[in-house]
Write a protein that binds this ligand. Structure first.
Ligand SMILES: [Zn+2]
Length: 82
């Protein structure tokens, strides 16, 4: 079975006069911004939970999860706006 070809018809015919890679770089940059924002969100929630519980235990996990759940819709709106 052949792997699916991801190149468009012009690239398949070796017409490389247009910057075909630009959409891909834009997509990667957008994904990286979304991942970075989500990572910061969860890191902040993790550290906020440490204000309530110092060790990494089930109680810390409870507060971490509660903080994440409380504000996850805001995160979703923020990510959707970018
Ligand atoms: Zn920690």
């Amino acid at each position: 079975m052949l792997a699916p070809c991801l190149d468009d018809e012009e690239v398949q015919h070796e017409n490389l006069s247009t910057a075909y890679i630009s959409w891909y770089i834009t997509l990667i940059n957008t994904c990286m911004r979304l991942i970075t924002s989500a990572h910061r969100y969860f890191t902040l929630a993790h550290e906020l939970a440490h204000n309530l519980v110092q060790p990494h235990n089930s109680e810390h996990e409870f507060y971490f999860s509660a903080i994440c759940e409380k504000h996850v819709q805001g995160l979703g709106k923020l990510l959707a706006s970018h």
